[in-house]
Ligand binder design. Structure first.
Ligand code: ZN
Ligand code: ZN
Ligand code: ZN
Length: 143
């Protein structure tokens, strides 16, 4: 595990003033909608906090860190304002391997030693009660 994976988790919690129509974005870990019509967010409370979470999406070698075209998913994430992606350097002695896959040509995972990681920062807007649950489950996932 590289140092960025070890650090991944909640990086900031800020108070947030909801505007009308905002709902808490808490989604339980085991939530599976029974139908596509079911709303993704179930909590009717207005959000009171903005939580920013960091998540290592992919490890990359030097070559792929440079040449990795911006992922469509990341571009979408930024476009809708849910978060942002950035490529950061990791310690070269880490045991991580490059996970880059060329989807267009269908090549296997690169497998070179990783020197970089793509990190997503994801924003969630939560009510006070769900902030507690969110932080507790983020803590559990790190153990
Ligand atoms: Zn890592
Ligand atoms: Zn690579
Ligand atoms: Zn809530």
């Amino acid at each position: 595990m590289c140092e960025l994976c070890e650090e991944s988790g909640v990086i900031s919690v800020e108070e947030y003033e909801a505007v009308s129509g905002d709902v808490c974005e808490y989604v339980p870990d085991d939530f599976e909608p029974d139908s596509v019509d079911e709303p993704l967010y179930q909590c009717p409370n207005p959000p009171e906090y903005c939580v920013v979470d960091s998540l290592v999406e992919e490890h990359l070698c030097g070559l792929h860190a440079k040449d990795d075209p911006e992922d469509e998913a990341d571009a979408l994430l930024e476009a809708v304002g849910l978060g942002s992606a950035q490529i950061l350097q990791i310690k070269p002695q880490s045991s991580e391997k490059c996970e880059h896959i060329d989807l267009i040509n269908g090549t296997p995972e690169c497998g070179e030693s990783a020197t970089h990681a793509r990190v997503l920062e994801i924003e969630s807007f939560l009510c006070a009660q769900h902030l507690k649950e969110y932080l507790a489950s983020a803590r559990d996932q790190r153990q």
